[in-house]
Design a binder for this molecule. Structure first.
Ligand code: FES
Ligand code: MG
Length: 584
């Protein structure tokens, strides 16, 4: 992919309200009608003559992660006005993790289509996308990459941390920790109910390095979020100031014609992959980055990503890999501190929304003592957070978040304890009669993109109650699903191809031996090939439920596997143009 910045025209005349006229016969009448209607909202001709910045409003009563959307919209509008433009906000769907059945991932591509088509359909010279909760930022960037008008991503920002009986807590690594303690009978019902009101202390996104924070940081690394825009918590004045600056910058981008194809280049994706590794980011980040890159015609090469992982240390000391929270990262200088430390590993000539390069932006960043972002010489984990695995159990790959895994389990062989699907697991996992030991490997099938559907975050299998009560904290767990970025453990995810499509995972039976070696990057099912073939001949694949009509039908027809970002096949460009990282 070539860097097109050089042929960017210096000044573009934004077409404002005239853009993409709806056809009502002659052009003059079409514009006349459009203006007549929007004047119903009280606009003057002078206002309508300006550069227009659309603002994708994803505020929703169901989405407290976006609970500050009204304040952000006000501030973006102020910034747009200061720069001489006119801001018009419009709704798109909003996806909150815990209010999206069967899973938010099932809806991500729908949100990307909504975003892309509303950007296209309505007159706007630039767009500000307000996103925060896990699937919203990737959905918006996928849509914006395809629509390709000047775009700035505005992050809603993280929630504040809370306090429970003198201990600082935040969603949702601590949600899992307390629930694990409750299952292990270390805390009682009164305490679990009490902490439930403390985990989410304000509006905003999860306060650890979960998927939402990961995507915010990746957005800044890609150059599509304003410098300094990833880390300010949702309720801070810094967050509101970033919103104002975002609005101002969107007008400048409309005038200079700075479109996503000039920002979301192969170099930018390499920078983002580095950052994903260095922040100990969510495993979901790799699926989303693959999907966004795919919209730009770029394939992510996971083998090359793994080589990158061997030389990119984890620098950011945030839960679940480390100990701090997003507000601490913000006080430590946020992504600008991270990017400054990572500087030797980054493409500094990648362009950002400011029209300046990443290197130029970093030149202005001051260093100061802090204890959240380490240096490359003194990392919190010596190699990247995520490792890419292959083997006869995952011919197209699988991943493990090694920075959040138990070091003693990363080279491990054990007996498989198999659950056919989520329902089967829910029924049996806590059965006192379940034949399971701490050395066994828990296997969950049919939670992949097609299997569940939507690849839910059910890959974080609970430790069977009887083992949890005996003090077992981690076991090797394997599935074709995802896990929340806020979770930790020795957990192999995204096994591809998935069980529901007849991937080898479908052939695993109770008592089989499985060997995991993170050092060798391998995941092997130690069953003779003839026996596997015999099982394959007998295999009956589950039939997708409710796939006769509507979005669900489209979903089953079009969904791709994790190695293609779980995008819909028809949303990817017809020809792919390159691979990232480019040395792959
Ligand atoms: Fe929205 Fe975690 S639930 S960011
Ligand atoms: Mg999450």
């Amino acid at each position: 992919m070539t860097d097109k910045a050089a042929d960017t025209p210096a000044v573009v005349v934004p077409s404002g309200i005239r853009k993409g006229l709806t056809n009502y016969g002659d052009t003059g009448f079409s514009l006349f009608l459009r203006k007549a209607f929007i004047k119903g909202a009280g606009y003057t001709d002078e206002a309508l003559d300006r550069t227009i910045v659309g603002i994708a409003n994803t505020g929703s009563g169901y989405n407290p992660c976006h609970g500050n959307a009204p304040q952000l919209i006000d501030a973006v509008k102020r910034g747009v006005m200061m720069a001489g433009g006119l801001a018009i906000d419009f709704p798109t769907i909003s996806i909150a993790e815990s209010f999206s059945t069967p899973t938010s991932m099932y809806l991500r591509n729908l949100m990307s289509m909504d975003t892309e088509e509303m950007i296209r359909a309505q007159p706007m010279d630039a767009v500000v996308l307000i996103g925060g909760c896990d699937k919203t930022v990737p959905a918006q960037l996928m849509g914006a990459a395809s629509a390709n008008i000047p775009t700035v991503q505005l992050i809603t920002g993280s929630m504040l941390t809370g306090g429970h009986r003198g201990v600082r807590v935040g969603a949702c690594t601590d949600c899992r920790r307390y629930w694990g303690q409750f299952r292990g009978q270390e805390i009682d019902e009164q305490e679990i109910n009490e902490v439930n009101s403390k985990l989410v202390a304000s509006v905003g996104t999860c306060s650890v390095m979960g998927t939402a924070s990961t995507m915010a940081c990746i957005g800044e690394a890609l150059g599509i979020v304003m410098p300094g825009g990833a880390s300010p918590p949702a309720v801070t004045s810094d967050r509101i100031r970033i919103a104002e600056l975002t609005g101002k910058q969107a007008v400048a981008m409309a005038r200079s014609g700075l479109t996503p194809d000039k920002i979301l280049t192969a170099k930018a994706f390499e920078n983002a992959l580095r950052v994903l590794l260095a922040i100990g980011g969510s495993t979901n980040g790799i699926v989303h980055l693959t999907a966004i890159a795919g919209r730009m015609g770029l394939d992510i090469d996971l083998e090359a990503f793994d080589r990158m992982s061997r030389e990119t240390p984890v620098l950011v000391d945030l839960k679940p890999s480390g100990q701090h929270y997003m507000e601490d990262l913000h006080m430590a200088g946020g992504m600008q501190t991270v990017l400054r430390e990572l500087r030797p590993l980054l493409h500094l000539d990648a362009l950002t929304v400011t029209g300046r390069t990443l290197g130029e932006e970093l030149d202005d960043v001051a260093a100061f003592p802090q204890n959240v972002v380490r240096s490359i010489a003194d990392p919190i984990y010596p190699v990247g957070g995520i490792a890419f695995l292959r083997g006869n159990l995952a011919p197209e790959g699988a991943i493990i978040k090694q920075s959040a895994a138990d070091a003693t389990l990363m080279e491990h062989a054990g007996r498989a304890v198999v659950f056919e699907n989520s329902e089967d697991m829910a029924l049996r996992i806590d059965d006192p009669e379940l034949d399971v030991n701490a050395d066994d490997i828990l296997v969950l099938k049919n939670i992949g993109p097609v299997g569940a559907p939507g690849m839910p975050e059910a890959g974080y299998l609970p430790i069977p109650k009887k083992l949890a009560r005996a003090g077992v904290k981690d076991m090797v767990r394997i599935s074709d699903g995802r896990m929340s970025g806020t979770a930790a453990g020795t957990i192999v995810l995204h096994v591809t191809p998935e069980a529901a499509l007849g991937g080898p995972l479908a052939l695993v039976r109770n008592g089989d031996r499985i060997r995991l070696s993170v050092a060798e990057r391998s995941i092997e099912l130690q069953v003779p090939a003839e026996e596997l073939q015999r099982r394959r001949d007998e295999l009956v694949l589950p039939r997708p439920q409710g796939a006769e009509r509507g979005y669900r039908k489209l979903f089953f027809e079009q969904i791709t596997q994790a190695d293609k970002g779980c995008d819909f096949e028809f949303l990817r460009p017809p020809t792919m143009q390159g691979r990232v990282p480019r040395d792959g």
